[in-house]
Design a binder for this molecule. Structure first.
Ligand code: NGS
Length: 424
């Protein structure tokens, strides 16, 4: 009895000696390492909030509307340095980084909140889906896939005509809409193509891609958004228009934004809805099947409807060639989303050879616009989109939306009196 009592006391002693060590160690460290918890938690929160609202006010002042992320960072750093010099705030580098991170995520959250509060409301689609609800879902691996495909974009006779393409896909419904007739497609995917005057490209695209998308067993439709005004080409704004107009028709779950000159060479690269924004045109023959640069987000991309709304779509301000895709890359990063890429073994594309169009000159403003992607994000995009639909043609192979994007801000050629008078 006595022995067993001794044993218990021994155990308690053992536990106390060995287990108090880590505690002592932590207490000891707690005193020597300067730690922001030396402020009471609320004080710290108030501090960050105050700083953030000051920064946010600064951004919202009219003259700072276009403040770049660099400027914002500078402002944040100045605030933090002021605190440090007063010796009443940040204690070490770790805490400094923490304050910076907290403030930037606060800014980003506020920007995103602005987007959500301010979001335009999507119209109710005419139809939600085209299949009976009780159908079995299509298989995870579509059985008709072929893998590597023969794609020839340089045929002497040129691509097939629109009517030949329609004949090849008899199950196409009006406007280039298709869905499997034997199972419930896994996804409803709108393919949006920004377009101007590229009929040969479009015919090659449709000739190959309809067949591929059908083997992938998607519920899909091809929307060609045709810029009919004579301003510089605005790829990003056309994508926004495509998004809104497509959503009016059907309850699309996701979008593939697709340049017309790219054709998929391997049907195993599925155009299904992605978990995170996806850059699909990974390996293109023109670039020796190598990614041009790590942050590239051009060519072909895909996003869910919700992600696109959260990002406020693309910017409307990129008139002419270049930069709009980099701006979207920034938006995605600011929204803390990741970018996914399919493997280069299947995400292989052939590009149709062509010259730069004269109406799509590089946009000289693209670099300065890219400096303030963040501060524009909440007010430049879906919620500021203005355009005029001139016509919607529901062809058998595709839906063509003729759109006037409005003025690009360039001075227009003046009409002279002579032009107005009939020539004699
Ligand atoms: C970058 C452009 C992107 C463009 C990419 C690839 O330089 O918009 O080249 O273009 N960014 C800027 O100009 C800021 S490509 O060679 O495919 O025509 O997507």
């Amino acid at each position: 009895m006595k022995d067993s009592a001794n044993l218990t006391i021994g155990k308690i002693f053992y536990v106390l000696v060995f287990f108090q060590f880590p505690l002592l160690y932590i207490f000891h460290k707690g005193h020597t390492i300067p730690f922001y918890a030396s402020y009471d938690g609320n004080y710290y929160k108030t501090l960050v909030k105050e700083l953030s609202s000051d920064v946010w006010e600064f951004i919202n002042e009219d003259q700072n509307k276009l403040a770049s992320i660099q400027v914002i960072k500078q402002v944040v750093q100045t605030f933090v340095m002021q605190l440090q010099s007063k010796n009443e705030g940040i204690k070490d580098a770790e805490e400094y980084e923490l304050v910076k991170d907290t403030i930037s995520s606060y800014l980003i959250d506020t920007a995103l909140e602005d987007v959500t509060n301010n979001i335009f409301h999507l119209p109710k689609p005419e139809k939600t889906h085209d299949y009976p609800e009780n159908w079995q879902s299509c298989l995870e691996t579509p059985p008709k896939l072929r893998g590597q495909l023969e794609v020839d974009l340089n045929q002497t006779a040129g691509p097939k005509s629109f009517s030949e393409i329609a004949t090849d896909s008899p199950a196409l419904k009006s406007g280039g809409h298709w869905s499997p007739a034997y199972c419930k497609a896994k996804n409803r995917v709108a393919i949006v193509i920004p377009y101007r005057n590229r009929e040969i490209h479009l015919r090659y695209f449709l000739m190959y891609m309809h067949k591929t998308l059908q083997r992938q067993e998607l519920d899909y439709q091809i929307f060609v958004v045709n810029q009919v005004d004579d301003n510089s080409f605005n790829r990003a704004k056309l994508l926004n228009v495509g998004f809104v107009e497509a959503m009016k028709q059907y309850d699309w779950q996701c979008f593939v934004f697709h340049d017309v000159d790219l054709v998929l060479e391997n049907d195993k690269c599925l155009y299904r809805c992605p978990e995170m924004p996806r850059h699909i045109s990974v390996a293109i023959d023109k670039f020796k099947y190598k990614l041009l640069y790590a942050a590239i987000f051009g060519g072909i991309t895909s996003m869910t409807t919700d992600q696109y709304i959260q990002l406020n779509g693309y910017s409307n301000l990129f008139w002419g060639w270049g930069g709009e895709d980099d701006d979207m890359f920034n938006r995605i990063r600011f929204a803390n989303m990741k970018i996914l890429r399919p493997p280069p073994t299947t995400a292989r594309f052939k590009m149709i050879k062509h010259d730069h169009e004269s109406s799509n000159k590089p946009n000289p403003k693209r670099f300065s616009l890219l400096k303030n992607s963040l501060s524009r994000m909440s007010e430049d995009g879906l919620n500021s989109l203005e355009y005029t639909v001139k016509a919607i043609h529901k062809f058998p192979t595709h839906t063509m939306i003729d759109v006037d994007l409005g003025n690009d801000g360039r001075p227009k050629a003046k009409v002279t009196l002579q032009q107005l008078r009939p020539q004699t």
